[in-house]
Each structure stands twice: as C-alpha cells, then as structure tokens.
Design a protein around this ligand. Sequence first.
Ligand code: S3P
Length: 456
Amino acid sequence: MAPASSPALSSGPLFSRKTPSLHGALRVPGDKSISHRALMMGTFGVGRTVIFGLLEGEDILATAGAMRQLGARIEREATPSGDAVWFVEGVGVGALRTPETVLDMGNAGTGVRLVMGMLATHPIRATLTGDASLCKRPMGRVTEPLAQFGAEFQASEGNRLPLTVTGARSPVPLTYRLPVPSAQVKSAILLAALNTPGVTTVIEPIPTRDHTERMFAHFGVPVEIHQTPEGETAVSVTGQTELVGQTLTVPADPSSAAFPLVAALLTPRSHLLLEGVGINAHRTGLIDTLREMGADIRLLNERMDTGEPVADLEVRTSALTGIDVPASRAPSMIDEYPILAVAAACATGTTRMHGLGELRVKESDRLTGMADGLRACGVQVEVEGDTLIVHGTGRPPKGGARVPVMLDHRIGMSFLVLGMVSEEPVSIDEAAPIETSFPGFARLMNGIGANISDSP
Ligand code: S3P
C-alpha cells in the first residue's frame, strides 16, 4: 500500500517517469460495476443492506446521491481498521420517491443508464444529467427498450442527456434481444423488470458481464438463465418482486487492477500481488490476452465472495509478443483496451485488436484517443475501421508527450503507465477524471515504486 506519508497530488497535470521496478502487495479499489449495483439493489431492498469494499470514486458517489434522492437512507462509517462500511436503508421495489432536483450522474455511464431502468417502471418523473462527456454519450440504446415497458422519455437532441423520464404507471413485460452487447442495457431492462408484473426476458447474442444477475440471486430475486436453441443466452426475471436487504462484499475491480498489472509486466524486475480481485469470466479477457502475449500472471487463492469469483493475482515482469485479439473477446475486456494498447506498444511485433466499435462511445472516443496519444509518444499505430493496430518494437517507446485525457479516467491511467516505461516522461493534462474510478491512483502507484508527480 502507498505509505501514509505519500503527498497528495494535484488534480491538474501529472508527469510519469521511468520506473526502475514495482514491488509489493496492494488492493485496488472496489469494482465499479458491482458498487453501482449494490447501492441500487440496496435501495430496492426492504430493510438494511450492508456493503463492504464499496468503490468510493465519484461515479459511485453520484449513484449514492441519486439513490438518496429516490428515498434511500445511505450512511458511511469507518471500521476500527480504517476501512469503510456503507449502510443502505432501502425503500422497496415500487416505492421510489420523486426526486426534488435534477439527478446529476457526473461522468457515470453505468450509473445513469441503470438509474433510467429503475425509474422506467415507477410512476414518477425525474430529470437526469451529467458532465460534458456523459452528455455526449448515446442514451437511445436504453430509452428504446425502456419505452416498451410504457415509460416516456424527453431527451436532448440525438437521444442524449439531459433527459426526463416519466415512468410507466402500469408497466408491461417484454422480451428484448440486445442489438449491441451491453451489460448496461441488459441491466437497465432487468432493473425495470423488478416492478413489472410477469416475465421480462433479455436475450444476449454475445454474453456480457452478469453482475446484475448474480446480485439478483443474492437478494432473492427469481432470475432464470438458459441457452436458447440458437445458442444465445436468455435472462428472465419475474416481477413484481420483493428484495430483502443483504450484506455484500465488493471485490477489487479487475478493470482498475489492469493498470498496476500491466505496469508490473512492462517494468523491469517487478513483482506484484494484487489482492482480492474479481475474476468473473465476463471480465477476464485482458488476463487471457496478456497470457497469450507471454505474460506471467498467476491466480492464487481462488474463492467465492457474495456470489462472485475472486482471486489474488501474482504478476512478474514479462517479455510480451504481439498477437491478434479476436472481436469475440471485446465484451470480456471492453474497458481494458486502452491499457492493452500500452502493453502492445511495448511488445515485440504487431497487435491487432478487432471489433472495437463500442470504444468510440465510452467516456471518450477511446479508439481515437489512444491512437493519437500513442502516436504522440512515438508509437506506430493504425486504425482500420473498428480495428486498432499497434506495432511494438520490443524497446521502450520514446514518450515525451502531453496527452489530453478528455474527461476519460482510463486514458489518463493508461498514459501514466506508459510514462513508467518510456524513454522520456509522459504527462497527462488533467488527473481529476481518474477520481471517477480509481481514487488515489498515482499515490498508490508511487507506493509500489512508480514516479508520478505534479511537477515537470
Ligand atoms: C458496464 C458495462 C460496460 C462497461 C462499463 C461498465 C456495467 O459498458 O464498459 O464500464 O457495469 O454494466 P457497456 O454496457 O456499454 O458495454
């Protein structure tokens, strides 16, 4: 862990310099996907939900704020060991309150889309907004299925935020086949199904993260999952149903662990232990891909916690080789392409990452952002349609650039990792967005040997 004496760093520009090696054991913050869902299901629960390991990043604090507006009582306490425990007194399914003000979801795409699902089948009206990045992201993919329950949406131009939802008074169940593989869309529909009488089914041609389904089971919601004759996955929920408050532990986020993990692979003589990381099979595409590239990553002490598989990840410096990453792997590592592109830039040979269309509608256009930033750091990169091609030379990239983060936490962290292994320092224009998912990232990395500072 970072020593308590590590100085706080500015939320403005940060500079990352060549790192001799990384060593130690650390626990990265709680899983963002699971943390959103824990607060939402706690709100739908009757009685008290107790959450250990909740991510205390800005995205989750925005969801906590929205849940309070919808009627939940949410409190945080510090345990004697200094960890936080969160308590949610839920309102129950069917009992969300009309919020007094606009629900500002900040940068949180998952937060806003899942809250839209909760609202869609409650007879209340609410307006949702977010930061400049969130207001550019497409919401039609959620409003279209949610309207089929009977909800009404008044969105800004191009089906974007700010947007007002009027939930259905008498919701009707539906069967919906996902046109894009998206756990957010699936989860919004499943949350809407909780207050809808009858059976709602989501069909997934390509499976996506199943945290909502697992947490439903933990809260006692009748959820059925089966394969269709066409080989697709069908998830069915029978509403209206009651959720009872539960105790949950949120695993460390594999999407956050990805940054120290790749940093340790690329930095000489490094050895890290990443504790208690979620290894849900719908999230481990990066580990599979890096192992194919030659990475030494071991899964130790595999166990189950609150219905999710968890392990400690042991990582050692490894020589990586470029590979072809198939489009079919995208849903299981959709948030990890920025840091995989950094790994590819340091590998020997070419890495082709296929099927990345969805990267264009994340917190920023990550396909363009990564390609431009890597080129500025002297890496040879091409974008062909939805394929990102990175040519690694097996030698450290030149670095030496200032990269614009564009309100995107993962772009920021990716280029700070690149700076650890480049010939010249790499800087990012703004550290603040990293707080959405990984509070204290630079301090934690410095605690294991990195050299990130706010002065050039
Ligand atoms: C998430 C799903 C993914 C992912 C996002 C979190 C979730 O988005 O990129 O960071 O928690 O359901 P999509 O559903 O848009 O693929």
